[in-house]
Design a binder for this molecule. Structure first.
Ligand SMILES: *Cc1c(COP(=O)(O)O)cnc(C)c1O
Length: 467
């Protein structure tokens, strides 16, 4: 399997190189040259099989021989053994035709663990085969940083430095980054906002001498391996609920278009999906795009679902590439327009977008109402991201079984939950020590030189430890 860039001006790469590269050199995103398909018999056969085995069947066609099947099977088994539920991503019924797909049973209580736990093992494995090391640098507004530190702690080949805005992430989110004790993971508080932290990461990637010396790599949501790892739970849930013989709708709280893209990939691979519904909060760039066929960024407003407070949905480019018939020149023009004027017109791709997706956004008030009514009617406590999904599900046409993806555990957003329900949700038992464990963090000014010196002093790539 080879991968091509959505902008058409980067070299084709195999799975291992794409996993290491993240972004393509021409600024585009890598997509597989063809979409593998699973037969109806294969999909039906997923019912009753463990999650880690389904993951191998779903992911193996994308690896194109870069990862031996036995190695993939071992990594998948190890990754999903870290989850606190035997089903890994269990379903909970909340209505006659509505289920919640709980994606938050991983170590950091957010769905990002599903992909990150596997990605960490894949990267270590690829670097081991090549006798190389890497330094992962990332910025987080909350969930991604914890998932990355948790997944890579103890990695033999990878050091991780996560920048977060000092004083601007929740206690639970910060502690997930600062309490792991392994020497290869570092949480670094920057005196500034998330945008400052993000800008520092971009600046380091643009500082080519530093980037090459440190072998910088990224694990943000544009990494293809993360998307493909998320495809698994669409098939797993589908099979439990009777796919391919029964058509289901999936409703997906999404910001960067990663999670919903994984659902679209599942459909490309042969999973019958009636409706794929984009659920957003008040930052509604995606629902506006579906309605009008014009992608237009506006200012970000802060909501109770902060992981969806986004105004540029990076992974949308992957879908758009398909919707315009893989015309890389057109994508380049659209992205140039976006960079210059903050908008572009989908043109003829609008009809395809509207055929492929429905969309709805929930106001802060609708999120709070949905949390309260879902608890009253079904006895189910949803956090605000998930509530955006439940709200969108209620707007979708009835007559089809609905699966709403739950992307985080309520305990991850205790302040918002307290405001809405009057109660603070407790952490699951296995995280009981999180709030008392010793923290280890460093605070630095918003200064590129200081941040680079911090990283250089700690990265094993620089220390020249034997590979
Ligand atoms: C990251 C995140 C999302 C959005 O994921 P996308 O990849 O942007 O679709 C939704 N909910 C939670 C809790 C998250 O952490």
């Amino acid at each position: 399997m080879q991968y091509i860039s959505t902008r058409g001006e980067a070299p084709q790469l195999g799975f291992a190189d794409v996993t290491l590269a993240g972004l393509a050199r021409d600024g585009g995103l890598y997509v597989p040259q063809t979409w593998p398909r699973l037969s109806p018999e294969t999909i039906a056969g997923f019912a009753g099989r463990p999650f880690h085995e389904i993951a191998v069947e779903v992911i193996a066609p994308f690896t194109g021989g870069d990862i031996a099947r036995a190695d993939l099977a071992r990594m998948s088994r190890e990754a999903y053994a870290q989850f606190g539920h035997p089903a890994v991503t269990p379903l909970v019924q909340i209505g006659p035709d509505r289920w919640i797909l709980e994606l938050f049973h991983g170590p950091t209580l957010a769905f990002k663990d599903v992909a990150m736990q596997l990605l960490a093992r894949l990267l270590d494995h690829i670097l081991m085969q090549r006798g190389e090391r890497a330094t992962i640098v990332g910025a987080t507004s909350g969930d991604t940083g914890g998932a990355a530190i948790e997944a890579f702690r103890g990695s033999k080949r990878v050091d991780v430095v996560i920048l977060y805005p000092h004083g601007r992430v929740s206690d639970v989110q910060r502690r997930m980054m600062t309490t792991p004790t392994e020497a290869n993971v570092h949480a670094l508080a920057i005196e500034g906002t998330f945008d400052d932290a993000q800008a520092q990461v971009k600046a380091m990637f643009n500082h080519l001498a530093f980037r090459d010396r440190l072998k910088l790599s990224a694990v943000n949501s544009i990494n293809w391996a993360r998307i493909v790892a998320q495809v698994t739970y669409y098939f797993a849930a589908g099979a439990v609920l009777g796919a391919p013989h029964r058509k289901l709708s999936f409703i997906v709280p999404t910001g960067n278009f990663g999670d919903i893209l994984a659902g679209w990939v599942a459909r490309q691979m042969g999973l019958p999906i009636a409706q794929l519904v984009i659920a957003s909060n008040e930052n509604d760039i995606l629902p506006r795009t579906v309605a009008a066929g014009i992608y237009e960024t506006r200012g970000v407003v802060a909501t109770t679902s902060p992981s969806m407070d986004i105004q540029v949905s990076s992974n949308f480019e992957r879908y758009l590439f398909e919707a315009v018939g893989r015309d890389a020149g057109l994508i380049r023009a659209q992205m140039a327009s976006l960079a210059q004027s903050g908008r572009f017109d989908l043109g003829g791709a609008k009809a395809r977008l509207q055929a492929d997706f429905a969309a709805a956004s929930a106001s802060e008030r609708e999120v709070a109402d949905t949390i309260r009514t879902t608890e009253q009617s079904a006895g189910y406590l949803a956090e605000p991201h998930t509530a955006c999904g439940i709200f969108a599900a209620a707007k979708a046409p009835p007559g089809c079984a609905q699966v709403v993806l739950a992307t985080a555990h309520p305990a991850k957003f205790p302040d918002a939950m307290q405001d809405i329900t009057g109660r603070r949700p407790g952490l699951p038992e296995r995280l009981a020590s999180l709030l008392s464990d010793t923290e280890r963090t460093s605070v630095l000014p918003n200064d590129q030189g200081a941040i680079e010196r911090f990283i250089e002093a700690r990265a094993r790539v620089v220390a020249g430890e034997s590979a």
